[in-house]
Write a protein that binds this ligand. Structure first.
Ligand code: PHE
Length: 342
């Protein structure tokens, strides 16, 4: 036993003298001490000569030696890896680096974010709703009962498994979901994707994006609605753009209007985009119909409000003078790359 512990000490001293300065010396160290024919293994072989009462202590000393040697080996390895390798020393730092392709936001996201930030300045918060809706939220609660002819204004994708479900045709459904929570006053904008059974062309698609706005409080008037939309147009398109309201019809607002802005492409002179009128329609709006308020459990004698809904594709086409709506969903990087700087 004494002999064994002396051998262990001698081996430790020898190990401490090894210089571990490069890959080769570290590998030689491993073979010499830790390999299957290495010194640590061969000392372990002496166990069989140890008296049974000393076996426990001998085992402890040998294990400690093994751990000691392994630690020195792994520390040297780590230390060596951190040093610059000869290959790294030869690196020519003046060579150009690898180019990583840079992504860009989709123009619809850019404009949607811009719309959101404008309305946030006016105290609106964001609300979202599901794209698969039920008939109540998309139509009935919005004063569009079954068989109402105005349902034909929005050609709809119904879900055959459950005829009560459909792909929402507008973000007005989110108005209902938020009003049903009965927390007033309510001032929200709801961005999101909507679906209609349209033939795809340069001006229409079976899916597109809208932003809905809704403000419900006491004594809200049409003047509040107009002021809010004037502010929006100025922030979005600049001071030179003219605005006009035309009377219109939506079952969920009364009175209702459509808002046009002067054509940005021909500056109001008349061109193909504005169909030679000098004006382009950008949204529908109006005062929330009392029936809609009552459908959501809101007292229409106390509260009133306005709502508006705009197509984000339309606004984006006007802002960046894009002539074909299909470009937004084709994912052609030559088109998308042009929005990098924005
Ligand atoms: N939901 C209408 C549409 O998609 C737009 C709208 C929203 C009109 C809110 C009035 C008020 O055509």
């Amino acid at each position: 036993m004494e002999q064994l512990s002396q051998k262990i000490d001698e081996l430790k001293t020898e190990i401490l003298k090894e210089s571990l300065s490069d890959n080769d010396s570290i590998e030689n160290f491993r073979i010499k001490y830790l390999g299957s024919k290495g010194s640590v293994k061969s000392l372990m072989g002496l166990m069989k000569n140890i008296a049974p009462e000393d076996k426990k202590e001998a085992g402890r000393l040998l294990n400690e030696l093994k751990e000691f040697t392994e630690n020195i080996y792994s520390e040297a390895k780590i230390r060596f890896q951190e040093l610059p390798s000869s290959a790294a020393e030869e690196t020519d730092y003046t060579l150009p680096g690898y180019k990583f392709p840079e992504g860009s936001r989709h123009p619809i996201s850019i404009v949607s974010n811009k719309i959101i930030s404008i309305f946030k300045k006016l105290g609106f918060s964001i609300a979202e709703g599901p794209e698969i809706e039920d008939d109540w939220h998309n139509f009935t609660a919005l004063n569009l009962p079954e068989n109402h002819p105005a349902r034909d204004m929005q050609d709809t994708f119904y879900i055959s498994k459950n005829p009560d479900w459909l792909l929402r045709t507008h973000t007005s459904s989110v108005q209902i979901r938020e009003m049903e929570k009965n927390k007033l006053p309510l001032r929200i904008i709801c961005p999101g994707r909507v679906y209609r059974n349209e033939t795809i062309s340069a001006r229409a698609h079976c899916f597109f994006n809208q932003v809905e706005g809704l403000y419900i409080a006491e004594k809200v008037s049409f003047a509040d609605l107009k002021q809010t939309l004037y502010f929006f147009v100025k922030e979005m398109f600049g001071d030179d753009v003219k605005v006009r309201f035309r009377p219109s019809y939506f079952p969920f607002t009364v009175p209702s209007a459509e808002m046009d802005i002067s054509c940005l492409i021909c500056k109001g002179e008349g061109c193909a985009v504005c169909k030679r009128t000098g004006w382009v329609e950008i949204l529908g709006c109006g005062m929330v119909h009392p029936n809609v308020l009552e459908n959501c459990g809101i007292d229409s004698s106390k509260y009133s409000g306005y709502a508006f809904g705009m197509g984000i594709e339309r606004i984006t086409m006007l802002k960046y003078q894009i002539k074909d709506l299909r470009l937004f969903s084709e994912n052609d990087v030559r088109f998308l790359n042009q929005f990098k700087a924005l």
